[in-house]
Design a protein around this ligand. Structure first.
Ligand code: F6P
Length: 545
């Protein structure tokens, strides 16, 4: 294991300063901060790579921002950023570089890591993906019976599913009209079963997407898909209907996929940071190689901003630091991501993995326990649907939830008044979440005194409004890179390794022990506890009925 020292953030001078500020600015009201300073929205808004962010509804002032920047300096955030971008093995527990930013470097860039020019390798794979996706899109690539491909099924899970599935919905407006993509991830047989039931093997292409090519869910679903295809078209059809995206050529070949149709990536791309690698093959088939290139350009523009912008102007740096402020100093453990764009319906689900698999850690890079809260909880739903569901708790519940509202100004549908209605809702929510409504204001409406307490809105919910002119491949890339770097900044302050995920391993191992017993028909494994064995027996009884 390589070693990169991590400062305990709670021992820095900035941490003490921030604690004091939490008792003053942090305990104050967003409403009075806004009302006291007409210039606040301008002072606390930032723009980068087509994404605007208005932080004026956060419980902050210039002193808080300055102290957060001091915290970043004392914990070495920018030094770690530079180390990441240079290919230093900052994923210490796996001894790996962390180079998703290299996936979007332009063709003429050079980045030599561990003796290899990774940019040349990245563009080699991109070129092969472009050639293949162009053939699929044009109909030149046919299935075994000579018919064109009309349906693409991406089989993968976690980072090999969430990014491509999110991007497919987000880029619906740009996608090829004659090709439909489907995403199968769950090992629940209903997932693959329902997808296959509607498809014709002769016109279906499967992308088996797995970094390791050993993930139980993916390999099980891939085997089911293969059996379905072979039953209809025979063994020889596999080569025309299956391609793989993986870092594991041996396993791909073992599965029976021609490795000339394997699109590779590298151990320095984490699963949750991989949608812009070959894992995005379904995205490229959907929006074309030009569209994919634009998406990469959007990612790169945000990377460049993160790399070069001065600290006070650096959008991902400020966003990450504000998340630390909310999490550790204002005791706001959760953030609702609320896209006011139906195209971003899957964005919260995508962010759940990015944020929580990255920063849900309790030890620092050196293995010592953290002494502050880490990894915020991210979740959400598109507005305005959420308004008619869980916003009640956001407005009047006893837990404070930070809110990221994502507004897209222009819609390709040109329904002006409907779009204005959508945006009016977003801005109304931002105002109400942050300002609330006092008892005096409620009473002033002539509300019955008994009802007044029920209608008071505490407000003061830390709220950020992000605004994008139009959701294009380019701005989608920028938006994702913004969140990636914000997650990086938070992890860097906390001194944790945001790029491993040891916490997901034990459950996989235990599932294998349980599965062996379930297949044998009795719960005999003495290493399993009594509660687990009782549930297994109950399941076996129900299954037999
Ligand atoms: O179990 C978690 C995880 O390892 C994720 O980090 C990853 O994105 C997912 O599983 C899928 O892994 P693979 O691409 O190797 O199938």
């Amino acid at each position: 294991m390589t070693k990169i020292a991590a400062v305990d953030p709670t021992e820095t001078a900035a941490w003490s300063k921030l604690h004091a500020l939490a008792g003053t600015v942090g305990a104050g009201s967003i409403r009075s901060l806004i009302d006291a300073d007409a210039a606040r929205p301008a002072t606390l808004s930032r723009e980068a790579a087509g994404v605007g962010a208005d932080f004026s509804r956060q419980r902050i002032d210039a002193a808080v921002v300055a102290a957060l920047l001091e915290l970043a300096a004392e914990t070495g955030v920018l030094a770690l950023r530079d180390a990441m971008l240079a290919g230093v093995h900052i994923n210490t527990t796996e001894d790996r570089a962390v180079l998703h930013t290299a996936l979007r470097l332009p063709r003429d860039a050079t980045l030599v890591v561990d003796g290899v020019d990774v940019v040349a390798e990245v563009h080699d794979v991109l070129d092969r993906m472009a050639a293949f996706s162009t053939e699929v899109r044009s109909g030149a690539w046919t299935g075994a019976t000579g018919e064109r491909i009309t349906d693409v099924v991406n089989i993968g899970i976690g980072g090999s599913d969430l990014g491509p599935a999110m991007a497919y919905v987000a880029m619906q407006h740009y996608r090829h009209p004659a090709i439909t993509c489907h995403f199968v991830s769950n090992v629940d047989p209903a997932d693959i079963g329902e997808v296959l039931a509607a498809l014709d093997p002769a016109t279906t292409l499967f992308i088996i997407a797995s970094k390791t090519f050993t993930t139980l869910e993916t390999m099980t679903n891939a085997a089911a898909a293969r059996a379905w295809l072979v039953e209809a078209l025979g063994d020889d059809a596999v080569a025309r209907h299956f391609v793989a995206v993986s870092t594991n050529a041996a396993e791909v070949a073992g599965f029976g996929i021609d490795t000339s149709h394997m699109y590779g990536f590298w151990d320095w791309v984490g699963g949750r940071y991989s949608m812009d690698s070959a894992i995005g093959l379904s995205t490229m088939i959907a929006i074309g190689s030009d569209g994919f290139e634009q998406m990469l350009a959007g990612f790169h523009a945000m990377d460049e901003h993160f790399r070069t912008a001065p600290a006070l102007e650096n959008l991902p740096l400020l966003m990450g630091l504000l998340s630390v402020w909310n999490r550790d100093f204002l005791q706001v453990p959760t953030t609702a991501v609320l896209p006011y764009s139906q195209y971003l319906a899957r964005f919260p689900a995508y962010l759940q993995q990015l944020t929580m698999e990255s920063n849900g850690k309790s030890v620092r890079r050196d293995g010592s326990p953290v002494s502050c809260d880490t990894g915020g909880i991210y979740w959400g739903e598109p507005g305005t649907n959420g308004q008619h569901s869980f916003y009640q708790l956001l407005h009047q519940g006893t837990s404070t939830v930070a809110c990221d509202l994502i507004v897209v100004a222009r819609t390709p549908h040109g329904l002006g008044s409907q779009q204005d209605m959508l945006v009016a809702n977003a801005l109304a929510q931002a105002a109400v979440l942050s300002r609330g409504r006092t008892a005096e204001e409620v009473s002033a409406d002539g509300t019955d005194a008994a009802l007044v307490p029920h209608k008071v809105m505490p407000g003061n919910r830390p709220t950020t409004v992000f605004m994008i002119e139009e959701l294009t491949p380019r701005t989608l890339g920028s938006l994702i890179a913004l969140y990636e770097h914000s997650v990086f900044v938070q992890g860097a302050v906390w001194g944790i390794n945001s790029f491993d995920q040891w916490g997901v391993e034990l459950g996989k191992k235990v599932a294998l022990s349980i599965l062996a017993d379930l297949e044998a028909g009795s719960a005999t494994d003495a290493t399993l506890d009594a509660s687990t064995r009782a549930d297994m027996e109950r399941y076996l009884r129900l299954r037999r009925r």
